[in-house]
Design a protein around this ligand. Structure first.
Ligand code: ZN
Length: 292
């Protein structure tokens, strides 16, 4: 059996599966993210329940970040300098020896985990050139090129690209590093800080303009075969349609009239199919990849 863990700013998911069928959860649990000791204690309890006698064959972790995903680094598996109180420099790799076994463990970012999940049994099955974007509490993008996750020096950080401002938007932005970068203007907390509620009416157009610029950047940079885009903000009624329409306007014919990004009904840009479980599924797929 293998184990998968998805860590998030508000909740953790853990699951176990057979290595022969990594996308079917045999058991799963949702744990609220509180203090590291408490949350990781609950993860440990779940794992102990399933692995009291036999060690897991492998463990995959898809984590909120920033997470050190470089296996050669001394802090591999650490959540590094997160703004999440209490979680900076948390060593997730320590879970394994704590449990008394020596199973292989691998770490990727939460968006890369979601990408692997959607690629295995969701909205981009079997595709080798895809991007998975989330627009929610933060904005992140995982990128798969030629079947490999892009993880050269660190991971892509497209949530922090600089964007052209919507002419009706004077909000200063909330990114502690850049102010009005994409995340500073369009993540869930930025929307809440600007309007006090989720986007509605004309506000949807403003956020749609920023989402369109994210999509455009992804398309221009890596020419994916599909973009899966999810996250809490993307559930805003009308936002996906607004973003697709404005994307088409921003492309302005440059990619040729038949590019699927310019056809609003096309599934080239699509919502995730695994609901809340893209990342958890991806963590199991990651665990399984260690066995090959
Ligand atoms: Zn930023």
């Amino acid at each position: 059996m293998i184990a998968g863990i998805e860590t998030g700013g508000t909740k953790f998911f853990c699951a176990v599966a057979e290595s022969a069928d990594p996308t079917t959860f045999i058991d799963r649990v949702r744990i609220p993210t509180t203090a590291p000791q408490e949350t990781l204690g609950a993860v440990r309890e779940f794992l102990e329940k399933h692995f009291s006698e036999v060690a897991p064959e492998a463990i995959g972790v898809a984590s909120f970040g920033p997470i050190d995903t470089n296996p050669a680094s001394p802090t591999y598996g650490y959540i590094t300098a997160t703004p999440k109180p209490g979680w900076s420099h948390t060593d997730l790799r320590a879970l394994v020896p704590l449990l008394g076994f020596d199973s292989p463990i691998a770490f990727i970012s939460d968006v890369s985990g979601s990408l692997l999940g959607e690629r295995t049994s969701g909205a981009a099955v079997g595709m080798n050139d895809i991007a998975y974007a989330t627009v929610g509490t933060g904005i992140g993008v995982g990128v798969l090129v030629g079947g490999s996750l892009v993880t050269g020096h660190g991971t892509p950080e497209l949530g922090h690209i600089l964007v052209r401002r919507h002419p009706k938007d004077t909000f200063e932005g909330i990114c502690p590093f850049h102010g009005d970068c994409l995340e500073g203007l369009a993540c869930g907390p930025a929307i809440k800080a600007r309007w006090g509620h989720s986007a509605q009416g004309e506000e949807v157009e403003i956020i749609g303009y920023y989402v369109a610029q994210l999509l455009l950047t992804i398309i221009l940079a890596v020419a994916p075969a599909r973009i899966v885009i999810g996250g809490g903000v993307m559930k805003t009624p009308g936002l996906m349609d607004s973003a697709k329409r404005q994307l088409s306007e921003l492309i302005a014919g440059y990619l040729g009239g038949d590019h699927p990004a310019t056809r609003s009904a096309d599934t080239y840009i699509t919502a995730p199919q695994l609901g809340d479980f893209s990342g958890l599924t991806g963590s199991l797929v990651l665990a399984n990849s260690l066995l090959r």
